[in-house]
Design a protein around this ligand. Sequence first.
Ligand code: FES
Length: 302
Amino acid sequence: MAELTTKTVTDAGRAVGRLIKTIEGEARLDPLAQKLAGLIQKLVPEGPVRDLLHGVPLGHPAHPFLVQVPLGAWTSANVLDLLPGGWIPATALIGVGTAAALPAAAAGAVDFAAAHPEQQRVGLVHWASVATAGTLYGASFIARITGNRKAGKRLALAGLVAASVGGYLGGHLAYRQAMGANHAEHVPHLTPTGWHDLGLLTELPEHQLRQRMVGTTPVLLYRDGERVLALADTCSHLSAPLHEGELADDAELGPCVTCPWHGSVFALEDGAVVHGPATAPQPRFEARVTGGRVEVMLPGAG
Ligand code: FES
């Protein structure tokens, strides 16, 4: 048996990295990804259902939370298939897992529709793997309830292989490509503590979005008379500059900004997510006007 060394592990990482890079760079997948994204957006129009599927009320994406049921049920069924007396509970778990895959797929689909092209390319292969897994487990369920034990077990085993590939790619999307991560999480860690002078109030045009810098942190400013609202300018969804977005006035929420990239909407008063795909709120700066100058401070910075 080959010896496990640091080099072996590093080389394995390099080989897998090359394979994934190939998928990430495969621009021929883009027309299909764009068509699918358009279709998903038509099927699930902007509104509360899409926001729920993104995970806006949870504060992080719903998809990883929802995939626990199908993956847990399916893999448990694979284990039960190896144990005496496990046939009936395994069949029930495969039925439950296959049904639970549908909401998980819907949540993944809306996230896919609002992603970078590189993420969508990997997402397509992820999708193909988990759709194959769902089909195989579904076929296994049918084989089981029609009394074909051998086919039922084999199809479930094939489903496990496809689900594992899909799970690996899902991990790559979440952890390596940071799809679904909070892209404003670093803001309090990189922003200097205390109050920071951002120039004269009179230099800030009213009811417009402007960007100023606090150290290396871009800050989004909005002025209404003597009052200034300030949020981190880096969109928590995928890092777009929010000051290039559009302003809107909501009767209940006050002034809001719509992200220029994927249309997330944030309330300028407190950074709350009004509409996804973003699920994490924007860090909010305290703002004051002292001697005609605008000052901001990020609570919890440093
Ligand atoms: S970067 Fe995607 S909504 Fe802002």
